[in-house]
Write a protein that binds this ligand. Structure first.
Ligand SMILES: Cc1cc2nc3c(=O)[nH]c(=O)nc-3n(C[C@H](O)[C@H](O)[C@H](O)COP(=O)(O)OP(=O)(O)OC[C@H]3O[C@@H](n4cnc5c(N)ncnc54)[C@H](O)[C@@H]3O)c2cc1C
Length: 412
């Protein structure tokens, strides 16, 4: 029996349905998701959704008609609890089973939890799902002082949205710069200043020792430096863990994500994994990578659809990412690594500039702040695996956008 079963109806799972049909697959598709809502976009949840004062609306990934029009057996509120590779079935939480011909794990990631004393007090929240965002949004009407744990993308987006609503916000970050895993020091420094100017109390080099409370509700956050911060609300944004438990229990290799090859296939030729939960050989990084972005989930879904209908090729799409923090739009093309040589083009004081990151003399990534044209040019150039010299990047007269449009030389 032919049935492509997709576990997880987030960004990757829903795009895969779309792409399988676009590739001409006419057989059965079963899409299984444990959340009760129609699949929705996550990025607005830490941005516009929270900044909105009145009743915010979530944005669906596709209209309800999409699932009918594509004859997908889409089931909401069902959790897959086991995969049996011998009988090619998945078992659901209600005890029923579904047979698959191909299985795709698009299970995403779960928020990393804090396990310091007091972590179980009320008023400490994470932000991953629409249900989380509904709770957090409702609380923002009444809170007075917020502590955000972690100055990553989610923490800073949330901090900016809370400031837009006039709330006192402290951000505690254990590392010595914000977004340190993903951006260059120049961007970290710029965003640290910008958030401080917007009134965020950004404390770098301070982790979380414990939470203290009254009547079971958080009142104070105690940092590892011994300092205390008042808080009647805490948002924890300390990263995620890929959801690999189904794959591990089924005997599939897992290491920081479900291990897949360049066609997004696991060691079992009938099981694929993609999106936040997958660890794949990334040609642009020259290493195995697990990425958490809409672009990664979407492009890997397009690629997996091709691999399933029979055209397995190497996945080599350039990674790109964005973050909106208040009125600052950060867009990154390529992957930034510690130690990259950086050249700033444009004037940061104007709020519009780009940072060009070079590795071994080659352009590896471009980070743009409120410069969408630079970002598009960088995607064009890096996507074609072209570079420019550091002298060109340093030259203010050099027309980067036009240069990116030149045709690449055809290899002889
Ligand atoms: C608040 C927030 C803001 C973000 N902002 C940005 C941004 O600005 N830009 C950007 O590029 N990315 C952003 N991201 C990241 C982006 O949303 C993710 O990278 C993307 O959603 C990953 O897609 P996915 O399909 O792999 O996982 P998800 O979209 O997380 O979908 C996985 C789904 O699988 C379900 N599932 C898991 N296990 C099971 C099971 N056993 N049975 C049934 N269902 C299961 C989960 O409930 C979930 O709905 C943001 C994420 C969050 C949480």
């Amino acid at each position: 029996m032919e049935n492509i079963v997709i576990v997880g109806n987030g960004q990757a799972g829903v795009q895969l349905v779309d792409s399988l049909r676009a590739e001409g697959y006419a057989g059965k598709i079963t899409l299984l998701g444990e959340e009760n809502q129609l699949p929705y976009q996550r990025p607005p949840l830490s941005k516009d959704y929270l900044a909105a004062g009145s009743q915010p609306q979530s944005l669906p990934l596709r209209a309800a008609s999409f699932y009918r029009d594509n004859t997908v057996d889409s089931r909401l509120g069902v959790q897959v609890i086991a995969v049996d590779r011998r009988t090619r079935t998945v078992r659901l939480g209600d005890g029923s089973e579904v047979e698959y011909s191909k299985l795709v794990l698009a299970t995403g990631a779960a928020n990393r939890e804090l396990t310091v004393p007091g972590s179980d007090l009320a008023g400490i929240h994470g932000l991953r799902t629409l249900a989380d965002a509904e709770v957090v949004h409702a609380r923002l009407d009444t809170v007075r002082s917020i502590v955000v744990v972690g100055a990553g993308f989610i923490g800073l987006e949330f901090a900016a949205a809370a400031r837009q609503r006039g709330i006192d916000v402290t951000v505690l970050e254990f590392a010595d710069r914000p977004m340190g895993r993903a951006v260059s020091p120049a961007i970290s420094e710029y965003f640290a200043d910008a958030h401080r100017r917007a009134g965020v109390n950004l404390q770098l080099g301070d982790g979380i020792a414990s939470f203290e409370g009254r009547n079971g509700h958080v009142t104070t956050v105690v940092g590892t430096t011994g300092r205390s911060y008042p808080a009647d609300f805490v948002l924890v944004g300390i990263g995620v863990e890929p959801r690999t438990e189904l794959a591990s229990a089924a005997g599939l290799p897992v290491q920081n994500g479900i291990t897949v090859d360049a066609a997004m296939c696991t060691m079992d030729p009938d099981i694929f994994a993609l999106g936040d939960c997958a660890n794949y050989p990334n040609r642009h990084a020259g290493a195995r990578t697990r990425l958490e972005s809409v672009q990664n989930a979407t492009d890997q879904a397009r690629h997996t659809a091709k691999a399933i209908v029979g055209e397995a090729e190497e996945y080599a799409v350039l990674p790109w990412f964005w973050s909106q923090q208040g009125n600052l739009k950060l867009q990154i093309a390529g992957l930034v690594r510690p130690g990259d040589q950086t050249i700033v083009r444009g004037e940061p004081a104007t709020g519009k500039f780009s940072v060009f990151c070079f590795r071994d003399g080659e352009l590896a990534a471009v980070e743009s702040v409120n410069q969408p044209a630079d970002h598009m040019a960088a995607r064009r150039l890096l996507g074609q695996r072209r570079s420019l010299s550091t002298a060109q990047a340093r030259d203010p007269e050099f027309d980067f956008r036009n240069y990116s449009k030149l045709q690449p030389a055809v290899a002889g």
